[in-house]
Structures are given as C-alpha cells and as structure tokens.
Design a binder for this molecule. Structure first.
Ligand SMILES: C[S@@+](CC[C@H](N)C(=O)[O-])C[C@H]1O[C@@H](n2cnc3c(N)ncnc32)[C@H](O)[C@@H]1O
Length: 382
C-alpha cells in the first residue's frame, strides 16, 4: 500500500488517497476509517448510466475546498436530471451538509453492497465511489450491550481497540495478542473478532471475571454483534447452526487457547508464550471530569508512569525481537487546551524498544474537551 496524499481537510475529517495492491475492503476491521472509496475511471454520469436496470439511490458528498450543502446538492441534482432524461428512476439522498454523515450513508444503504445504491464522493475535479461505510451501529452494540462494563476503568471504544491492534502492523494468521491491562476485555474482544488469539491479564480479579463474562457473551451473540468478516474466529472449519451447536465449539476454542485470561500484575507477571503482539490501553490513572490542578496532575503522572514503564521493563525480556507493542497512555487536558503527555520516550528507548512515532503527532485520541485522552505509542522490541 502506498500513501499518496491527503486530499482535503475539514474539522474532524481528513481524506487520504492510497495506492493499494491487494485491495482489502474490510472497513469493519479498520476502526478509524469512516468511508472507503475507489477512484472512478469514468465520468460520474457514464458510471451511473451503466448501472443495472432499476431505481438508483444516489448520494453525493463534496469534500472539495469551499464545498457546502448547496454545491453537493447541485451536483446530485444535475446527475439526477440527466439520468431521468435518459429514462432512469433516481432518488437523491438529501444533503444536510456538504458531506453525507456516516449514519446517513449507512442507513440509506450506500455502503457499496447494493449495486444501485451509490454514494459518489467529489474532491475538486476527481470523483470516487464509496465501497465501504463504517458500521457505527455494530460498533455501538459491541460497546454498549456487553454484560460487564465498568465506567471507572474507562470505556475503550471497540474502534480504538481495532486501531491499536492494526498499529501492530501485519501479523501472522492466528497471531496471539496480549493485553496486560485487559480490564473489561475490549481489546481481546476485537482481537478475537479479527481472527487472532487473545491473551489478557489484569491486576484486578474482578476485571478478569468481567473479561471472561464479556468474551463468553461475545461468542453467544456474535451473529448479531459483528459484520460477517469479523466472525471468522469461531467459524473456522465448522458449519455452525444455532446456539446449541455453537457452545461446545467455543469451549473448544477456549481449550485450544483461542483466548486466555488470568490475574497478573503487568510490572512483574511472567506471561505464557507465544506472544506475537501486545496491544493495550495502559493504566490511565483516575477518571477525571475536570482539568486537574498541577499537584494532582503531578501525582497522577508519577503513578501512571511507574506502572507503564514497570510493565514495559518487565515485558522486554519476555518477547522476541521485532515484536510490536502498541500502548495507549494517558494525556491530560490543560487550561491552554493542549494535552500534557507522559515524558517516557527516552526511558522506553533505553529499555530496548524502537519507538516508531517519536513525534507522536496525530495519535492522540479523545472526544472534544475530554480530560483524559489516549496518547498512542507504537514500539517494537529492538
Ligand atoms: C484503562 S483500564 C483498561 C480498560 C480496558 N481497555 C477495557 O477494555 O476495559 C486499565 C486497567 O489496568 C489495570 N491495572 C492497573 N494497574 C495494573 C497493573 N500493575 N498490572 C495489570 N493491570 C493493571 C486496571 O485494573 C484496569 O483494568
């Protein structure tokens, strides 16, 4: 895959043009991508005119500089007018803004699965056809319907868990991913859904119970929870029909080490092998709803730094060279509006890791005004 250019920017949205061999359309595994589209080789009208017979549903998102609801609507109606003149029936999806929201695209079926329900993206003079839309409903369900949740340990969004796993790079099939701060098990859940084996530890016995409960629920409910491409972990080599048939298979998966969870302090625990990658949200300190005063921040930073560095020091002797380690660390909102990160990079390098994203630009994950953000660091053992 070759990265070509960032095509446009609006608050919250940036578009990247990629050159891809071996094209993968599984947006459901990407986590951070709202829409995937391919460049049209033809003019948009020629492309639409060649669609199979029947009513066309058309949405247009205009990502060009200076685009508005009006520019997108004008383009959509222009296309509709000509198509109607040529005898086609067309419904245009209404634009509330220049760009159709993910929810609008998804709920109007514009996710590339139906050949006559089309979303076209315009970026200046270039046109693209959407081939995948983030399934926000599936992500929300996987987040909110889990039986064991705990607001105090933070709620890692499933899409961020996927991002952490993807930042580990290309992993062998059936790789075993360790989360040494597994909490309620979101990283492990997403690892299993992406076809990997999952291994979790946490210092808190209650969290280990929560993870077990959530992973068993995941197995039972996966058919309603996840898009098809995310169910491979339990269906490998077996035709599964109904819940009764699925239950023994899950225990077998568990017995075969598809997932494993135990209590352990990440700063001293001896993990079982193999460990092909480590993806985790480390200890983030106390939950906060207000910007902390300096003294409180200092105390929190010390506590988090000791746990995260203690964990990395303990881990380095237990993994093979080149093993990827992706950790979401805390960063705290300050009055200036900036986030203050942990100053840990030099110490991590001295332990025997290469740090991929030293500048750490762009890898801060937070909602607007969220006090504790996640600062993602990407490491590989030297
Ligand atoms: C931010 S939470 C992780 C939440 C998790 N990503 C989830 O999906 O729920 C951090 C977790 O680290 C655990 N923890 C704190 N100190 C630890 C240590 N020294 N070793 C292992 N786990 C620890 C806490 O019990 C907590 O579950």
């Amino acid at each position: 895959m070759k990265y070509l250019a960032v095509l446009g920017r609006q608050p919250e949205i940036s578009i990247a043009e990629l050159e891809m061999t071996n094209f993968c359309t599984e947006i459901d595994k990407l986590g951070g991508t709202q829409k995937l589209a391919i460049k049209l080789k033809k003019k948009p009208l020629d492309f639409l005119a060649e669609l199979p017979e029947g009513k066309i549903t058309l949405g247009v998102s205009d990502y060009s500089k200076g685009a508005s609801k009006k520019t997108a609507t004008v383009e959509a109606l222009k296309l509709k007018k000509i198509l109607v003149r040529h005898g086609r029936s067309v419904r245009v999806v209404e634009n509330k803004e220049a760009v159709l929201s993910t929810a609008t695209s998804l709920h109007n079926g514009l996710s590339g699965k139906n050949e006559r329900k089309i979303e076209l993206i315009k970026v200046n003079n270039d046109w693209y056809k959407v081939i995948g839309v983030q399934d926000i409903d599936a992500y929300a369900k996987r987040d909110q319907a889990r039986p064991a949740r705990d607001a105090k340990v933070g709620m890692l969004p499933p899409k961020l868990a996927q991002i952490l796993i993807n930042l580990c790079g290309v992993l062998p099939e059936n790789a075993r991913i360790l989360d040494p701060f597994c909490g309620t098990g979101v990283v492990l859940q997403e690892a299993l859904l992406m076809g990997y084996r999952a291994y979790g530890t946490d210092i808190d016995e209650r969290m280990v119970e929560y993870t077990n409960k959530n992973l068993n629920w995941l197995f039972l409910e996966r058919a309603t929870l996840a898009p098809v491409c995310l169910r491979q972990f339990a269906s490998q080599g077996a035709s599964v029909t109904g819940l009764a048939a699925q239950a023994p298979r899950w225990s077998q998966c568990s017995r075969n080490n598809q997932f494993q969870v135990s209590v352990g302090d990440a700063t001293s625990f001896q993990w079982d092998q193999p460990i092909d990658a480590v993806a985790c949200e480390g200890y983030l300190g106390k939950p906060m709803s207000q910007i902390p005063v300096d003294i409180k921040l200092k105390e929190q930073k010390q506590e988090c730094k000791a746990i995260i560095l203690g964990f990395l020091k303990n881990l380095v002797g237990q993994i093979k060279p080149s093993t990827p380690v992706v950790v979401a660390c805390p960063a705290w909102l300050r009055e200036s509006g900036e986030y203050e990160r942990l100053d840990i990079i030099d110490e991590i390098e001295n332990m025997g890791y290469n740090v991929n994203n030293k500048s750490r630009e762009g890898l801060l994950y937070h909602r607007e005004n969220q006090v504790v953000a996640r600062d993602i660091i990407i490491l590989r053992k030297k």
